[in-house]
Design a protein around this ligand. Structure first.
Ligand code: SF4
Length: 256
């Protein structure tokens, strides 16, 4: 959403929410401290949400209504030329992922895979050198991704999670907590992966299958902006949403 659009909507009169779990009564200053954002529990149909529709409603915890000062502060960031351009190109790429947008009424026609989206976004930004940080469990996929990116004309710097073969004992992991007990198992080393990318001056990094937490460290240490091609899910063929889709049935065990 463009910053100006966001602030415009935030000033519009809000209709009371009918289906929201907790209808808004006192929101913002009148209620004292704003409630914590809780968009995940909004409960309104998408086209009736104030963040989506100009005459939409909101539920308690709606940041569109209650966090106007913070919103203005966030939106000022887009005044910085690099942030402005990065966000602009990301939005242009987002729209370019849908075909026939001139049709009315418009029914979304997505046409581009995430890999294509990443390649096109990198081209838009004028990046030439990409970093590819991957999990050893997806080494085959990484090889193919690297080939494809090179075929597009990018220079690719790639590093596997086990690069450096640092023993897990460095971080206090004993043999009983290794995957392969009785071996000299190397730790995943996302800090090393990030530093390799930094050293090579990659302009944009792509993560492929790093573990939970290891990906967090990579984000923390990488200097270039980073996106994710795919996340690891050891059970679902790297499709973590499968567990979400089935959380009412076969993955009910997820509900404690
Ligand atoms: S911004 Fe407000 S209306 Fe939009 S999802 Fe969050 S709570 Fe719901």
């Amino acid at each position: 959403m463009k910053p100006e659009a966001a602030s415009k909507r935030s000033t519009q009169k809000i209709q009371p929410a009918k289906n929201a779990k907790q209808p808004q009564k006192k929101i913002g200053k009148a209620a004292g401290r704003p409630p914590r954002p809780d968009c995940g529990a909004c409960g309104l149909p998408m086209n009736r949400r104030v963040c989506f529709s100009a005459d939409g409603s909101a539920s308690r915890g709606c940041p569109t209504l209650t966090q106007k000062t913070l919103l203005a502060k966030a939106n000022r960031e887009y005044g910085k030329p690099p942030v402005h351009e990065f966000a602009r190109q990301a939005s242009l790429q987002e729209a370019a992922c849908y075909a026939n947008r001139h049709e009315r009424p418009y029914v979304m026609q997505p046409t581009k895979t995430r890999l294509q989206e990443i390649g096109e976004f990198a081209e838009r930004m004028g990046y030439r050198r990409l970093g590819l940080a991957f999990c050893i469990g997806l080494a085959g996929e990484a090889c193919r991704v690297e080939e494809i990116l090179k075929n597009w004309g990018f220079e690719v710097v790639s590093a596997v999670c086990k690069a450096g073969k640092t023993p897990k004992s460095l971080i206090g992991i004993g043999d009983e907590d290794q995957i392969f007990q009785g071996t000299d198992e190397a730790m995943c080393n996302p800090v090393f992966q990030a530093k390799l990318m930094n050293e090579a001056a990659t302009q944009f990094n792509i993560l492929l299958g790093l573990c939970v937490g290891h990906d967090s460290l990579f984000f923390q240490y990488a200097q270039a902006p980073t996106t994710v091609l795919a996340v690891k899910d050891r059970v679902t063929g790297h499709n973590p949403l499968a567990a979400v889709y089935l959380s009412d049935t076969y993955y009910k065990k997820l509900i404690r």
